[in-house]
Design a binder for this molecule. Sequence first.
Ligand SMILES: [Fe+2]
Length: 273
Amino acid sequence: MDNETSTGHVTRKAVLRAALAAGMAAPAVLMGVPALARTLTAGEAVPALTPACDDGDDPTPPQTEGPYFKPNSPRRTSLLEAGTPGIRLTVSGYVFGLACKPIPGVLLDFWQADTNGAYDNSGFRFRGHQFTDARGAFALTTIVPGLYPGRTRHLHVKLQAPGRPVLTTQLYFPNEPRNNTDTIFDPRLLMTVRDAGGAREAAFDFVLNVPQDPGPSPTPSPTGTPGGTWAAGTAYRAGDTVTYGGPGYVCLQAHTAQAGWEPPNVPALWRLR
Ligand SMILES: [Fe+2]
């Protein structure tokens, strides 16, 4: 996975710290899905761009004029309307550029099927656009989209950073049977999803092809690796304990450790003791 770096440096992105400080929901399901871009280690990898994905049922008119995409959908972060049936879903995350810095003011235009798998092609049910905030964060409140013939479960989204081209893509759900048979499905677009009292909480970080000043180089740790009992390649189970760079950590979810998933980097997997 391009998003996972291969060095033992313990330095982390300022954006990661910002994300944690902001209390972003930590993904509870990491196995089999891409790492969130916010877990990238500073200065050590070019983030993998979020790929485009389109199934042709996009009724949003293409951009015809002006430097900026102008969707017709209402500006709103919640697609829920009174009496909306369906399993509640929140999707939150960040939009990053090529230096893995968050981008404020990115337009995200979401649309999806209702719980029965139907799109509203005459009105704006389950359609809405929003902009990333000063931290490059977005949050959508909606329902889990229903299935329709020929496709696996998905959300549509168009993204546009100021003055940049539109990216049209989709987001997917882990552990969907149809993911394996849908020819449009792309595992790089899997969200991390967890159950939350009957609702679903999903996270996804987008990476757009937006040049950014990488800023000052991170300071590598003097020894290269901070030391401890944690080791890449080890299969850890929930409750296992390790040390890394001095502090101890408790494993929250079974996984096989790999470079880039050092305990300080993945709060979804390791809790500081
Ligand atoms: Fe669709």
